[in-house]
Design a protein around this ligand. Structure first.
Ligand SMILES: CC(C)(COP(=O)(O)OP(=O)(O)OC[C@H]1O[C@@H](n2cnc3c(N)ncnc32)[C@H](O)[C@@H]1OP(=O)(O)O)[C@@H](O)C(=O)NCCC(=O)NCCS
Length: 162
């Protein structure tokens, strides 16, 4: 069963599922098509591109990756890392041209639901202070700004109820 059916936060036609080895070209195209604004927030120095593409080289077992798919186009990417921690880190991006259609909030809510059901304590993330779209999204999904990360970005935490 796709996780879309399990979690149901997406519009019809969007499938949310774990990323698999066959997604390599689709994920590369997701990064190749990323515009400057999204890259400035999500892919500085190609950091997240290297992180995600490493999955196809070595499985990147300290991470879990998901994709949102429309037809055969990957329109969203989400992942957690430090997966052995009770409070893993989280990252998310939506393909340019597909933003503002609740794919990002669907992925945030789905990953929160998955992590909560796994018995984790919460999720951490950081984002640029100027990334108002992401901040609004995280705050609407129950994340709380708990201060500054040493990088200068804002640190957000979502705690799961026991
Ligand atoms: C941030 C991002 C993941 C949000 O995903 P999205 O699918 O575009 O957002 P959604 O459609 O789910 O919007 C969720 C909420 O965000 C807010 N939002 C969306 N677009 C916004 C905008 N242009 N300005 C301000 N708030 C906005 C709204 O509160 C919206 O809820 P509403 O439509 O019910 O009011 C996506 O825009 C993205 O990938 N941006 C570039 C990469 C990035 O910044 N990643 C996060 C790095 S920390």
């Amino acid at each position: 069963m796709s996780e879309r059916k399990a979690y149901g936060y997406f519009a019809d036609g969007i499938v949310f599922r774990r990323m698999s080895a066959t997604d390599r070209d689709g994920v590369q195209s997701f990064f190749d098509d990323m515009g400057a604004e999204s890259a400035a927030f999500f892919n500085v120095d190609h950091g997240n591109e290297k992180r995600v593409m490493a999955f196809f080289e070595n499985g990147k077992t300290d991470h879990v990756f998901w994709v949102a798919e429309a037809g055969n186009v990957i329109v969203g990417l989400a992942f957690i890392w430090d997966v052995d921690s009770r409070v893993p880190w989280f990252g998310v991006a939506v393909r340019d041209g597909w933003q503002g259609k609740h794919i990002g909030s669907g992925m945030v809510r789905s990953v929160c639901e998955i992590c909560r059901k796994e018995g984790r304590g919460g999720i951490l993330l950081r984002t640029a202070e100027s990334n108002f779209r992401a901040r609004t999204l995280y705050e609407r999904c129950g994340f709380e700004n708990i201060g500054l990360h040493p990088s200068g970005e804002l640190l957000y935490l979502k705690r799961f109820e026991l």
